[in-house]
Write a protein that binds this ligand. Structure first.
Ligand code: B12
Ligand code: SF4
Length: 494
């Protein structure tokens, strides 16, 4: 049986790097392990359209991933596929997990998978394989037959049967033991066409860069964060299992840098210390690696950071979010400014590069609190400061607050991006004009300080990649206005 997994094209208003989709890499790996002939179509890097790929590959099942800004492209891709053949089309990913009813309402979408996908996807493949063994022409219509009891019993899916009945089956249990998962199937991707996620080395776009997840989920519930896809329970791979993949990346795939994508890698500090020890013991610490998404500042002790640095860690991010104590308390981050100060101090003292994530325009923000966020960013002075404009994603607490008390300024999922230069909502006295002004000010005031300019000019990677750096800086401050045109051209390319 042939399966194809699709990452639909979506262009952000600023250039970001392209990287293989880890979720699809896992789904690809389990599909291969089950013996299916597996293909990945990543519209970000393909030369052909999805229709051409479907005609060429003739898959028996299609899986499409969708985060919020991507979901319309996912629907468009599904529509294009259905014009070629009535193959079962399954959507999964963060957006559709929160709003499954919206996607199954699109007749080109057959089933939505909610949450962690590997086990549910495999069961769906088996159902279709079974159907095909009885009927070679088995189609989406057969799959959605109300008498199909196999679907009825499958947890974690939403769908509409051909009699028009809507089904939201109960949730699927989480994968209890992450060590049972195979490693992401990078060989299914056109690896040479990607840049990298968050460069750790000076080679930047030339480097062989890989992502990795050593744990899934996050026990915290920050009000702005969509963890709808992953369950509240934090689950971690064993240090030995992480080491085995690390070894594979370094020794078999020749990784020159590794980006660890965990939401909260340091929930269990002992585990992380053990991972660091194993990396050192197996002499893999010459390959630089970074925590792309931030570790918890309250659990970043000097001992831990020192050992991680010895294991090759060169940069870590911390989610700081706000410089105002009341706003920080209100977002349920469960952290205070002194703890954050200490984490940055510890990281810098041992020579780690730091990234700080800040949010402009959180509920409760005023001109004064946003000012405090900018000042706190300048005080912490990370190597990279990332200021996002608060974007309320469905499923988050902030989304509910805005829906109930605020004025949402967008009605198109494609606008749910952080860096478009446009405020996404207003709340009380917090106006769009204020958010946009303070957001621009944040970048200007952080990066245009004399010591930062001098530091940037002295960096090797800046000169190696100056064209790209200028482009990103320019696009951050002056996002593309011709987004409509972009969407039109994207439509053609589906
Ligand atoms: C790395 C990352 C990125 C990277 C790379 C993305 C990529 N190519 O994978 C970059 C930096 C480019 C990025 C950008 C953005 N990101 Co991002 N990103 C992440 C991050 C940290 C990890 C993604 C990951 O690898 N997860 C691990 C894998 C295993 O999980 P997964 O991909 O979700 O897939 C699993 C399930 O969702 C499901 N599944 C997914 N697809 C499918 C398809 C089928 C058919 C099935 C059956 C199942 C299924 O099964 C998979 C395996 O279990 C997540 C946070 C997180 N913890 O997931 C945020 C996250 C996905 N990003 C998010 C956001 C908001 C964005 C941006 C919109 C931000 C922006 N700049 O404005 C952009 C959008 C980019 C785009 N072009 O679409 C949100 C999405 C929220 C939402 N409602 O959509 C998340 C959840 C962060 C958060 N907590 O808020 N991101
Ligand atoms: S922002 Fe970080 S700590 Fe907060 S819920 Fe999201 S992943 Fe967890």
């Amino acid at each position: 049986m042939r399966v194809i997994l699709v990452n639909p094209k979506f262009r952000l208003p600023i250039d970001t790097r392209t990287t293989p989709h880890l979720g699809l890499a896992y789904l690809g790996a389990v599909s291969e392990q089950a013996g299916y002939e597996t293909f990945i179509f990543d519209a970000d890097v393909e030369n052909e359209s999805i229709s051409q790929a479907i005609k060429r590959i003739q898959p028996d099942i299609v899986g499409i991933t969708a985060n919020t800004p991507q979901v319309k492209q996912a629907w468009r891709a599904a529509e294009a596929i259905k014009k070629v053949k009535n193959i079962p089309i399954i959507l999964g990913g963060p957006h559709v997990s929160v709003l499954p009813e919206e996607s199954i309402d699109h007749k080109q979408v057959d089933i939505v998978v909610r949450g962690e996908g590997e086990q549910i996807w495999l069961k769906l493949c088996q159902i279709i394989e079974h159907g095909k063994s009885d009927n070679a022409d088995y189609s989406a219509t057969d799959l959605l037959n109300p008498e199909n009891t196999e679907l009825h019993d499958l947890l974690g899916i939403s769908y509409i049967t051909t009699d028009g009945k809507i089904h939201h089956n109960p949730g699927h249990p989480i994968i209890a033991d992450l060590d049972t998962l195979p490693w992401p199937a990078y060989h299914l991707f056109k690896m040479e066409r990607y840049t990298n996620l968050q460069p750790a080395t000076d080679m930047v776009d030339g480097a062989k860069s890989f992502s990795m997840m050593t744990s899934r989920g996050c026990p915290y519930r920050c009000t702005f964060c969509s963890q709808s896809i992953m369950p509240i329970k934090w689950r971690a791979r064993s240090p030995e299992n992480v080491l085995a993949e690390w070894k594979h990346l370094v020794e078999d795939l020749d990784a020159q840098e590794i980006g660890v994508l965990d939401d909260s890698a340091n929930i269990n500090m002992k585990r992380l210390l053990k991972i660091a020890d194993l990396i050192i013991e197996h002499k893999l610490n010459h390959v630089p690696w970074i925590f792309v998404n931030g570790i918890r500042a309250n659990l970043a002790t000097k001992e831990l950071l020192t050992r991680l640095k010895k294991a090759g860690l060169i940069r870590t991010a911390f989610g700081v979010e706000s410089g105002d104590p009341d706003v920080l308390a209100s977002i349920n981050k469960r952290i205070d400014h002194d703890t954050i100060r200490k984490a940055f101090k510890n990281a810098k003292a041992i020579g780690l590069e730091t990234i700080g994530f800040f949010i402009i325009g959180l509920p409760g923000d005023t001109e004064e609190t946003m000012e405090k966020t900018i000042q706190f960013a300048c005080e912490l002075d990370p190597k990279i400061a990332n200021f996002s404009m608060m974007t309320p994603y469905p499923g988050t607490k902030v989304y509910e607050i805005v829906k109930e008390q605020g004025r949402l300024l967008m009605d198109d999922w494609e606008d749910y991006v952080f860096f478009a230069g446009k405020a996404r909502y207003e709340l009380g006295d917090m106006t769009a004009e204020m958010i946009e002004r303070k957001w621009k000010e944040s970048y200007r005031r952080f990066y245009l300080r004399p010591h930062r300019i001098a530091e940037i000019l002295m960096r090797k990677d800046f000169w190696l990649n100056w064209r790209r750096t200028f482009k990103v800086a320019w696009r951050t401050l002056f996002p593309r206005k011709e987004k409509v045109e972009l969407r039109k051209s994207d439509k053609k390319k589906i």
